[in-house]
Design a protein around this ligand. Structure first.
Ligand code: FDA
Length: 306
């Protein structure tokens, strides 16, 4: 737990970030979890994944953007991404973070940017998933989601809910009522016990309970986890409840549990891989290391050979 918290703290430390990003070894390590730095790298990875039988969600890395023109540039990147996905006929949607679209600068700017991306996605018949960030952003992210989904009528957008948050039971109920598409994950940020279950077994229990509701009543939920026990539980649950495999999908991260990914596809389940790319890979990499400190061995091995 101490190691996990330290890694999550380092994820927000700019001095360490500069040092790590400058190292060739770190870049090599990042390639395990990040498809590359360019859109070309990401599309090539998506093509391979599609060929292997899984769908993709592409994420352009970058969060907590602090300048309006930087956020506009992110919108431009998402536009190019959506056009390229359509041109290559990929089975691939898109994930984004509201802080990459300027949420820290101005809420209205962020909404305007999101609308641009949603318009382009609509033009190409594509879908946008709004990733969920730390708990300071949960309420505003859900408000913005409801604004574009309910008030403005964009039906090509979905959200992410995190089972470590106490509030997620209510949020799942609300999402079901709205027929909103939900990706369910455990949650990747450092959260205080006032808002999140401190105990991992409670996070896992909460995950199963929320997944049960979403599988029964949700709108094509995405079960985003590499937890083999939960995946086995979900397979049993859908069998017992007679829930067809076309009504949900499993989701996993690029580079994580590739053995499990191959098995799910071979067994005929819908699987989508979250594929991040871009130059701003540092916080993403630190969150992946924090989830599984054994990944640090991978880093140390790379350092020894680097
Ligand atoms: P858990 O952490 O219990 O791990 C179960 C097993 O999976 C481990 O024992 C190990 O075998 C394997 N594993 C997990 N993480 C690993 C890693 N990094 N490297 C190697 N093996 C690993 N979070 C968030 O807060 N907001 C979001 O929007 C998203 N989006 C998202 C999309 C998708 C498609 C996925 C799969 C995950 C996310 N997450 C996320 C991250 C999520 O919240 C969570 O941090 C990770 O998925 C790890 O949790 P698991 O459910 O895999 O279980």
């Amino acid at each position: 737990m101490l190691l996990r918290n330290s890694l999550l703290w380092l994820a927000g430390n700019r001095a360490v970030q500069q040092m790590v990003m400058g190292s060739a070894v770190s870049r090599a390590v990042a390639r395990r979890f990040v498809a590359g730095e360019t859109i070309g790298d990401a599309l090539a990875a998506a093509e391979t994944i599609n060929r292997d039988g899984a769908a993709v969600s592409l994420d352009y890395l970058g969060e907590n953007v602090v300048a309006a023109d930087e956020a506009r540039a992110v919108v431009g990147t998402y536009g190019s991404m959506l056009r390229a996905i359509a041109a290559r006929h990929l089975n691939c949607n898109v994930s984004l973070k509201l802080t990459a679209l300027g949420l820290d600068i101005d809420r209205e700017l962020c909404i305007a940017n999101l609308r641009h991306v949603l318009e382009t996605a609509r033009e190409y018949g594509n879908f946008i998933r709004i990733d969920m960030e730390g708990s300071d952003y949960t309420a505003v992210t859900l408000e913005i989601f409801e604004h574009v989904y309910c008030t403005l009528g964009y039906d090509n957008v979905g959200i992410v809910l995190q089972s470590y948050l106490y509030r997620s039971a209510a949020d799942v109920g609300r999402a079901i009522g709205l027929r909103a598409r939900v990706r369910l994950c455990k949650g990747a940020y450092k959260e205080p016990p006032e808002v999140a279950f401190p105990d991992k077994s409670e996070v896992d229990r909460s995950y199963v309970s929320l997944a049960r509701a979403l599988l029964r009543h949700g709108n094509y939920p995405g079960l985003a986890t590499h937890d083999e026990r939960i995946i086995e539980w979900a397979k049993r649950f859908v069998r017992e409840e007679g829930i067809d495999s076309s009504r949900y999908e499993f989701q996993m991260l690029y580079g994580v549990r590739r053995d499990l990914q191959r098995r799910l596809v071979a067994d005929g389940y819908n699987l989508r891989l979250y594929v991040p790319y871009g130059e701003a890979w540092y916080p993403y990499l630190m969150r992946r290391l924090a989830e599984r400190p054994a990944n640090l061995l991978f880093v140390l091995r790379a350092l020894r050979h680097g």
